[in-house]
Design a protein around this ligand. Structure first.
Ligand SMILES: [Zn+2]
Length: 248
């Protein structure tokens, strides 16, 4: 695939319905053939996945040590939901600070000028804090994300170097994706990571590197399994979806 094409496997509202069985997911090799940067979750939603520079890391819910997943690692491992791209930044800015609340405005001139496009976003910095959420894995098949998220906990890493990578999705993508920004984190030493609900970099002299690219091609692959097709999926309840993903 050419750079900055967005490849997505399954849709977010399928996770809201708890459709996250191993057999419904995409294989690691297949996914990495479509991108070297991205995010996703593993079977039963047992943690968060980030892909940066071609390397995939999984942060389990239990807080157990993260692990690198490679294409020939665990037989049959799959991701029930993922978004990836071959990231080639078309915009690079060096900022003195960046936080969850300033992310959108810091993406100028891409936002709002390209607000109806998908964007890939990467920020490399030293962070005062990064707060990630932790959702318990499904305790039974099809346990919905909206139920799991009620038991979510948050964990904050302080004074940590690392990288945020994720996507900015337009409002109209509700249900397919998470509208606005959806970012995952990986620390420089790989030991900390997850789905970001809040962050703030240190205030420094133009040392926050913010990169982004517009993605005008969006491919969604729909799972063919019986699980995925057992019920009619709608775009879902926006309030529930935003709450489940820790977005405002
Ligand atoms: Zn996430």
């Amino acid at each position: 695939m050419s750079p900055n094409q967005l490849y997505q496997y399954s849709i977010l509202s399928a996770l809201m319905h708890g459709l996250a069985a191993k057999e419904t997911g995409i294989s690691i090799a297949d996914l990495l053939a479509h991108g070297d940067h991205g995010l996703g979750t593993v079977a039963s939603m047992n943690g968060e996945v980030i892909v940066v520079e071609g390397e995939m890391f999984h942060y389990p819910v239990s807080g157990a040590a993260p692990r690198r997943i490679t294409a020939d690692d665990v037989e049959g491992e799959t991701l029930p939901f993922a978004m990836v791209t071959f990231f080639q930044p078309s915009m690079t800015r060096y900022l003195s600070s960046l936080s969850m609340s300033t992310l959108d405005t810091s993406l100028a001139p891409l936002l709002p000028d390209r607000q109806n496009s998908f964007l890939a976003i990467k920020a490399t910095a030293f962070f005062n804090h990064v707060t990630v959420r932790s959702i318990p894995a499904q305790s039974y098949p099809h346990e919905p994300l909206s139920v799991l998220s009620k038991r979510q906990t948050e964990h904050t890493a302080e004074c940590i170097a690392g990288t945020l990578f994720g996507f900015w999705s337009p409002e109209y993508s509700m249900g397919m994706s998470l509208p606005r920004s959806h970012m995952h984190f990986i620390s420089a030493d790989k030991q900390a990571g997850g789905h970001v609900v809040d962050f703030e970099t240190e205030t420094t002299d133009n040392k926050v590197k913010l990169e982004a690219a517009v993605m005008d091609e969006y491919t969604v692959r729909v799972p063919s399994t019986a699980e995925f097709h057992q019920e009619s999926l709608s775009s879902g309840n926006p309030t529930e979806l935003m709450a489940a993903e820790g977005a405002e």
